[in-house]
Design a protein around this ligand. Structure first.
Ligand code: 5GP
Ligand code: ZN
Length: 138
């Protein structure tokens, strides 16, 4: 199902050009237009899902399977030294395009932007950790 005004739906339909590295019935994988590194790619499900809350479990599982395959393939071709798989949900978490996608980010030892994904740390007391843990048990 396509969403009006969604840039990734337009890319999937071919209305907006993209560098496509992989395509099957369910997914299109394109190079990110503002890459964090050489080969930075995006896995796009062809159906429009806004985010992790919206996507169905089977499509999410298939996206991760594809990420696993592509990580191996891209690492072999690009000769990168590591790999990040990133998936942002909602604006506060850095999502800017509201069509579910997974970032495939090859990492290179010699890269100047080694801090692409670094975050500062928060501290919680042991009681707080216990309460958080209890609240999250499922
Ligand atoms: P988000 O911030 O939502 O996790 O990631 C969205 C990504 O989509 C960004 O890294 C951005 O560079 C990429 N992007 C946005 N518009 C386009 C576009 O028109 N074409 C391509 N190939 N990538 C895009
Ligand atoms: Zn869309």
């Amino acid at each position: 199902m396509r969403e009006k005004d969604c840039i990734f739906c337009k890319i999937i339909e071919g209305e907006i050009p993209s560098h496509t590295i992989y395509e099957d019935e369910r997914f299109k994988v394109i190079l990110d237009a503002s890459p964090a590194s050489k080969g930075h790619a995006l896995i796009l499900p062809k159906e429009h899902y806004a985010d992790i809350y919206d996507i169905d479990e089977d499509t999410a599982a298939c996206a991760m399977k594809l990420a696993k395959k592509l990580a191996a393939h891209m690492t072999e071709v690009l000769g990168c030294d590591g790999f990040n798989i990133v998936q942002n949900n909602h604006e506060i978490a850095g999502q800017t395009v509201f069509h579910f996608h997974m970032h495939l980010i090859p990492r290179y030892k010699e890269a100047k932007n080694a801090d692409i994904l670094q975050w500062s740390h928060e501290t919680f007391s042991q009681e707080e950790m216990k309460a958080i843990c209890e609240s999250l048990k499922c």
